[in-house]
Design a protein around this ligand. Structure first.
Ligand SMILES: NC(=O)c1ccc[n+]([C@@H]2O[C@H](COP(=O)([O-])OP(=O)(O)OC[C@H]3O[C@@H](n4cnc5c(N)ncnc54)[C@H](O)[C@@H]3O)[C@@H](O)[C@H]2O)c1
Length: 364
């Protein structure tokens, strides 16, 4: 169901949690252009922000409050001063693999951080017009596959036993693109489960108070500005740093894992459209390039860029990783009037040029 408001939602105040991160910095110039005030609440998490200082990529006009979203005091301080018209909720712990070993940490930031924010908005009687959530394709887990008779089914989570036997796929079946209106969520990582919890909590809360929601399930975002020190996210940056050192990129499983790599510029335009669009829909929308590539293909393009040796298959795997993922982006196209612009080659070129220009970057 789509819902139209008569006037575009620009101007006023936008509050961005986690707004000093990769995606937050990328959307900040457009937010400064379209809103009167841009308030960023970010703890400058040491796993992402080596210096603990305001990132240079954050637009000058954005006001940064260094604070933890899980603390009620943060919300009392921030909301005593401002009334947000739109909230863009980006702050999260994002390590898929890491979330298995540090599930409480992920639940605390992603789930409790969300509920503390909502309680704060309520406590101060400052309900925004709209909340935009950056959710994740991780909510789908392995997603839906088509069996040999052409019927859709949910294969569930791959087990250690099948993975140890290097049985990567679901035999005789083919994967389907992920689409919120068609694919049921079934996360296979704690991170994915916390992102689904965020969606459910925000939707339940917002419906009760008549607040609009825009929930965007992002595929694998990459590009200039992604943390180069966080070992738990950003496979493309990691591949670049390996290739830069003249090494062969190791490929997990058989190198045929499919991902929808979407350039940060396309994700930024989708989130900004989510904040400004006169039209929204209650159902989550999928954001990606709309096409899949294998990890091996991405690694080969990067290796060629750096003149590194051919990537090699290791046969290793990582718990919580799904076999294939890519998005059907039709709903976002229609509802947000948004179209992804970049293909993988152009995106890798932009990422590599940015990495090469960084003063402190070290080969991996
Ligand atoms: N980058 C991707 O590929 C991708 C894919 C799907 C979904 N997402 C989602 O998009 C959002 C932003 O991701 P990103 O790639 O910019 O990540 P990021 O790690 O670069 O940014 C997250 C920001 O949140 C801040 N933060 C973390 N915990 C906090 C806390 N308790 N209080 C205040 N600030 C806190 C960090 O300091 C960081 O600046 C996340 O919600 C993530 O789940 C990202």
């Amino acid at each position: 169901m789509t819902h139209s408001t008569p006037e575009p939602t620009a101007r006023g105040t936008v509050l961005v949690t986690g707004g000093a991160g990769f995606i937050g910095c990328a959307i900040s110039p457009a937010l400064v252009e379209n809103f009167d005030r841009v308030i960023v609440v970010d703890s400058l998490h040491p796993q992402i922000h080596a210096s603990g200082q305001r990132p240079a990529e954050l637009a000058d006009g954005a006001e940064l409050v260094k604070a933890d979203i899980t603390s009620p005091d943060t919300w009392d301080e921030v909301l005593s001063d401002i009334t947000p018209d739109v909230v863009i909720h980006l702050a999260a712990e994002t390590g898929t693999g890491q979330s298995l070993e540090e599930s409480t940490r992920h639940a605390q930031a992603n789930v409790v951080g969300t509920t503390q924010m909502l309680d704060g908005l309520n406590r101060h009687g400052k309900l925004p017009r709209r909340i935009v959530l950056s959710s994740s394709r991780a909510v789908y887990g392995e997603g839906a596959w088509t069996d040999i008779d052409g019927k859709s089914f949910y294969p569930g989570q791959r087990t250690s036993e099948t993975l140890d036997e290097q049985q990567w796929d679901f035999p005789g079946s083919t994967p389907e693109p992920m689409k919120a209106s068609r694919t049921f969520p079934a996360p296979v990582s704690v991170y994915g489960a916390t992102k689904l919890a965020q969606e459910n909590i925000i939707q339940a809360w917002a419906k009760s108070y008549g607040v609009q929601t825009v929930i965007l399930r992002l595929q694998n975002v990459y590009g200039p500005g992604q943390s180069l020190i966080n070992p738990y996210t950003g496979i493309m940056s990691l591949f670049c740093r390996i290739a830069m050192g003249g090494k062969s990129i190791p490929l997990y499983e058989d190198g045929e894992v499919r991902r929808d790599f979407v350039l940060i510029d396309d994700v930024a335009s989708a989130i900004v459209a989510g904040a400004l669009s006169p039209t929204v829909q209650a159902q989550p929308m999928d954001i990606g390039s709309g096409e899949f590539q294998t990890i091996g293909t991405a690694a080969r393009i990067i290796a060629q860029h750096y003149g590194a040796p051919e990537p090699h298959v290791t046969g290793q795997y990582r718990q919580g990783d799904v076999r294939h993922a890519w998005a059907d982006v039709e709903d976002a196209r229609k509802t947000l009037d948004w179209v992804p612009q970049y293909n993988l080659e152009a995106g890798i070129e932009r990422l590599a040029s940015w990495i090469d220009a960084q003063p402190d970057v070290k080969p991996y």
